[in-house]
Ligand binder design. Structure first.
Ligand SMILES: [Zn+2]
Length: 444
C-alpha cells in the first residue's frame, strides 16, 4: 500500500488548531510535525488551505442490512459515509432479523468484512427475553446494547418492566436508549386520527411524538440508570426539556451521556411545510427553540456526542400519507458538511465539533486506536476544503435510496479526501479502489 505525506494542512485535534504535516506509514499515523520531508516511495498530498480532522465516528446509523436492503445496505451506505468524511460507523440492531443473538451479530460483522469501506461495529439489541445473551456480551467486541423504549422502525420495543430493569442492572456494556413513551404517543395519535383520518398533516408529527413523550421516557431511563449505576447513553435528544437531566463536563467522567443528531441542529417545526415527510423521524424534529437549546447544549458539553441517526427509506415510501410514511432520514453523506454549517454560523467551534463527532464516541466506547490525530493511531483522516462550496444535486447522492433532504442546498465546505486505515478511499465526492474497513475493537 502507498505511504503518504500530507503537507501544509491545518490540523484540528483535542481542542487545538495548528498547521503541520502528517506522515502515514502503512495503516497508521507515523509522524506529525513541521517541515517533514517526503521519503522515497511516499506520495505527497498537498493540503494547503484544507482542514485535517480525525475521521468522524458515527455511533448511530441504520444501514438496513440484513432485511431492508432496498433502502440501503452496508456497501452502499459505507460508500456514502466515506465520501462524507465519516470513517467509522456503529449500526443499530433493528434490521431483519433483528440483532438479538450473538450469531446474528456475527453475521452482520461478516457482511461488513466483505463490503464496508468504512470501519464498523454493531450494537446488540435488547428484547423481552434475551437478558442471558446480554449478560454474556464481551465488552471488547460489542460496543453497547440498544434498547427501544417505544415502537419505531423494526418494532424492537422492550415492553416488559422486568426485562428493562434487567438490562439496566446487568449489561456489561453501555446501554443506549431510544427514549419516547409509547402510551403518550398512542394517545396523541388516536386524537389526530379522529380529527384527520390517515392524512394527518406532517407538521403535527412533533405533537404526536411529543416533547412530553420524550421527557417522560428519558426521565425514566436516567432515574433507572442512577439506581443501577448503568453506563447510559441517551440517543437523539430532541427537546430543550430533557437537557436539565444532563451535566456538562468531560465525557470520560460521566456515567450518563447524551447524543443529538445533525437534523435537530438544522431543522425546526417550520421546515415541515417545505420538506414534509422527508424530515419525518423519531423522535420528531421539534420547535426552533428546541433546536437553539440543543445547539447550546452541544456547545457546553451537556450533549456529548453528535451522530446522524442515518435512516434511509425509499422516496416513494416517504411520499405516503402520515400514518404510512416511515420515520427516518438519509443523512450520512452530507452530515459533516451540514454540521460544519453550524460552525460557520458560530453555533460552536470546529474544535468542539471534532470533539463531539470523533473524540467523544471514541472515549464513550473506548474505541481502540482511532478518533484522534495521534502518532501510532490508525490513519482515519478527513480533509475538508472550507472554501469550496457544494450545491447538493441528486446525481451526487451515493446512498442507495437516491434522495436527500439537502437537495438544492449549498454547503460552504466540501470534503476533499478521506483516508481509512491509511488508504485514500474517497476524493472529491468519488470513491476510489480501496480495501474494506476493519472491525472496531474496544479497549476495555
Ligand atoms: Zn436510530
Amino acid at each position: 500500500m502507498t505511504d503518504w505525506l500530507i503537507r501544509n494542512a491545518e490540523l484540528v485535534n483535542e481542542g487545538r488548531r495548528f498547521h503541520a504535516d502528517l506522515r502515514i506509514r502503512g495503516q497508521r499515523i507515523d509522524e506529525i510535525g513541521n517541515g517533514l520531508n517526503a521519503r522515497a516511495g511516499e506520495q505527497v498530498f498537498d493540503a494547503a488551505g484544507l482542514w485535517l480532522l480525525p475521521g468522524m465516528i458515527d455511533d448511530h446509523v441504520h444501514f438496513r442490512e440484513p432485511g431492508y436492503t432496498a433502502k440501503g445496505d452496508i456497501a452502499s451506505e459505507s460508500r456514502a459515509a466515506v465520501i462524507g468524511g465519516i470513517t467509522s460507523f456503529i449500526d443499530m440492531p433493528n434490521t431483519r432479523p433483528a440483532t438479538l443473538t450473538q450469531d446474528l451479530l456475527e453475521d452482520k460483522y461478516a457482511i461488513a468484512a466483505r463490503s464496508s469501506l468504512a470501519n464498523y461495529a454493531f450494537y446488540f439489541g435488547a428484547s423481552n427475553d434475551n437478558l442471558d445473551a446480554i449478560r454474556a456480551l464481551d465488552p471488547r467486541k460489542v460496543p453497547g446494547v440498544k434498547v427501544f423504549l417505544c415502537e419505531s422502525t423494526g418494532n424492537l420495543c422492550v415492553s416488559e418492566p422486568a426485562a428493562l430493569e434487567g438490562v439496566f442492572r446487568d449489561s456489561p456494556v453501555a446501554v443506549l436508549v431510544h427514549a419516547e413513551d409509547s402510551r403518550i404517543i398512542h394517545a396523541n395519535l388516536d386524537r389526530a386520527k379522529a380529527a384527520y383520518g390517515d392524512d394527518i398533516p406532517m407538521r403535527l408529527h412533533p405533537e404526536i411524538r411529543s416533547r412530553e413523550a420524550c421527557f417522560q421516557s428519558t426521565k425514566w431511563a436516567v432515574e433507572t440508570a442512577r439506581r443501577h449505576g448503568t453506563r447510559l447513553h441517551v440517543l437523539h435528544v430532541s427537546t430543550e426539556d430533557e437537557l436539565a437531566m444532563f451535566e456538562s463536563g468531560p465525557i470520560a467522567k460521566k456515567r450518563i451521556t447524551a447524543e443529538t443528531c445533525v437534523h435537530f441542529l438544522l431543522y425546526g417545526d417550520a421546515d415541515y411545510a417545505r420538506l414534509g415527510g422527508k424530515i419525518k423521524c423519531n423522535p420528531a424534529i421539534k420547535a426552533a427553540s428546541d433546536r437553539d437549546a440543543l445547539i447550546r447544549a452541544l456547545a457546553d458539553t451537556r450533549i456529548d456526542v453528535l451522530a446522524t441517526d442515518h435512516a434511509p427509506h425509499l422516496e416513494s415510501e416517504k411520499a405516503n400519507p402520515y400514518t404510512s410514511c416511515p420515520s427516518g432520514i438519509p443523512l450520512i453523506q452530507f452530515a459533516l458538511q451540514s454540521a460544519l454549517e453550524c460552525v460557520f454560523r458560530g453555533d460552536f467551534t470546529l474544535e468542539r465539533l471534532v470533539e463531539a463527532y470523533a473524540h467523544a464516541p471514541t472515549t464513550l466506547f473506548a474505541v481502540e486506536g482511532r478518533g484522534f490525530l495521534r502518532e501510532g493511531y490508525f490513519a482515519d483522516l478527513t480533509l475538508v476544503d472550507p472554501a469550496k462550496p457544494q450545491i447538493v444535486r441528486r446525481e451526487q447522492i451515493v446512498s442507495k435510496c437516491g434522495w436527500s433532504p439537502f437537495e438544492g442546498d449549498t454547503f460552504r465546505a466540501s470534503v476533499a479526501a478521506t483516508f481509512v486505515n491509511g488508504s485514500l478511499v474517497a476524493r472529491n465526492g468519488k470513491v476510489l479502489d480501496a480495501p474494506p474497513g476493519t472491525r472496531l475493537a474496544f479497549n476495555r
